[in-house]
Write a protein that binds this ligand. Structure first.
Ligand code: ZN
Length: 429
């Protein structure tokens, strides 16, 4: 297997939920000489410095300070750390007949619900612990590293019409079972987490825990040409952006190169760590100022910048040709897709599309276009949300996937390599 694909699979497996995705990025940055900055501290920067900052433990922004003037601009790749799934509700333990214990969950974003049935699942996320300072509880990541839960589907014998379409209730049908012969008592999940972290259960005040599939990322196909995994949207683009940044960090660039990984894209980006917040603007302003630039230099830098908003596209599915645009069929394995929308759901225009097409050409990789079938509403992404905050020139793109928002999505190994090559071309400018 190609080394980028081996590394992608390792990255996906180490990133079961958003907190771990940001942590996986952080560890790789540290290994490559990037040092942490804190939003609360005063920053001092010089050209060539490698730095990163995290927000909420789920968004992470890395940059290599440019060696040119502070007005030279930013080359930005943006992607997101979150994926659709299920979040554990407070007071989550639910009794059921037969001594079963289920967990009460809430759907996060837009998962394809029935892909979550009948497979080993577990829990991962962040736990907040008692501290001496009430404003700053201690925080630890937790991943229960064994199959712990299952969402069993109803047997076909109770619903013979199940294969003719089956409406699902998020509250009734999707509850994971934790145990079948246990007393249902409050605090079981807290105790599981406490044991995993070797902390006193009474010190656990709250948590952000989500379900994840324990299935590992895998290549499939006659020639291992596809990759199947949860969270390819958008961790494959995070991995591609990170790989390109680390590959090019040693080379000088007049521009400041930025990898911006936001959280909460799947729910509309409206959090402090999401793309609709001013967080990226704050960081870019501070970088300009710390490199000796004025407010005018910041405006000039924004005008001279380019952003690649990297979020996966829908690959042409051979079973459903009618769902796709009649003339644009972005096929898996045929390169990253430039995403275009007449109503500006994507930031792409002919100018920014031409930039990305030329980057691909210079990198020697193919690229293709994704446009919605005109009768099918598409999704939204990061680009236009970010440009409403910062008037950046840029393109929306992404490698094509099948089954976006399934618990196991499918992409192409070649497309991942192509995307990294195009991104490296961009960060090499
Ligand atoms: Zn996405």
């Amino acid at each position: 297997m190609n080394s980028h694909i081996t590394d992608l699979c390792r990255f996906l497996d180490s990133s079961p939920v958003n907190f771990f995705a940001a942590e996986s990025v952080r560890q790789r940055l540290e290994q490559h000489g990037f040092a942490r900055l804190d939003m609360r501290d005063s920053w001092s920067l010089k050209p060539g410095d490698r730095r990163y900052v995290t927000v909420n433990g789920t968004a992470i922004f890395a940059f290599v300070a440019g060696t040119g003037s502070p007005a030279a601009g930013f080359h930005i790749i943006a992607a997101h750390s979150d994926s659709p799934g299920f979040r554990i509700k407070p007071s989550c333990e639910m009794p059921g007949d037969g001594s079963s214990v289920r967990l009460n969950t809430e759907v996060y974003g837009g998962p394809i619900l029935y892909t979550w049935f009948d497979r080993p699942l577990s829990l991962a996320g962040r736990v907040m612990l008692r501290s001496s300072d009430p404003l700053h509880p201690r925080s630890r990541l937790v991943r229960i590293d064994r199959p712990l839960l299952v969402i069993p589907h109803l047997a076909i014998h109770f619903n013979r019409a199940v294969n003719e379409g089956n409406k699902l209730s998020k509250q009734k049908d999707m509850l994971p079972v934790l145990a079948i012969d246990s007393e249902c008592r409050k605090g079981i999940v807290r105790d599981i987490v406490a044991e995993a972290l070797d902390e006193a259960p009474g010190d656990i005040i709250d948590y952000d825990l989500s379900l994840y599939t324990t299935a590992k990322a895998a290549t499939v196909g006659l020639n291992d040409e596809m990759v199947c995994s949860g969270r390819l949207d958008d961790l494959s683009m995070v991995h591609a952006g990170l790989s390109a940044l680390l590959e090019k960090a040693d080379s000088d660039s007049a521009c400041t190169r930025v990898l911006a990984v936001f959280d909460n894209e799947e729910t509309g980006s409206g959090t402090k760590q999401g793309a609709a917040s001013p967080v990226l603007e704050h960081i870019l302003r501070r970088v300009t100022a710390c490199l000796g630039g004025s407010d005018e230099d910041y405006m000039r830098a924004v005008a001279a910048s380019f952003m690649v908003s990297a979020d996966n596209a829908h690959g042409f599915h051979p079973n459903y040709p009618e769902k796709y645009d009649p003339t644009n069929h972005p096929a898996l394995g045929h390169g990253p897709c430039i995403k275009v929308n007449a109503n500006c759901k994507y930031m792409t225009d002919a100018d920014s599309a031409a930039v990305f097409a030329q980057l691909c050409e210079r990198a020697g990789v193919p690229c293709q276009y994704f446009v919605n079938h005109s009768d099918v509403a598409g999704g939204s992404t990061l680009g236009n949300i970010l440009t409403s905050k910062i008037p950046l020139r840029g393109v929306d793109m992404g490698a094509p996937l099948w089954a976006m928002h399934s618990v196991c999505e499918t992409g192409s190994c070649a497309d991942h390599n192509y995307t990294i090559a195009a991104f490296a071309e961009f960060f090499g400018l």
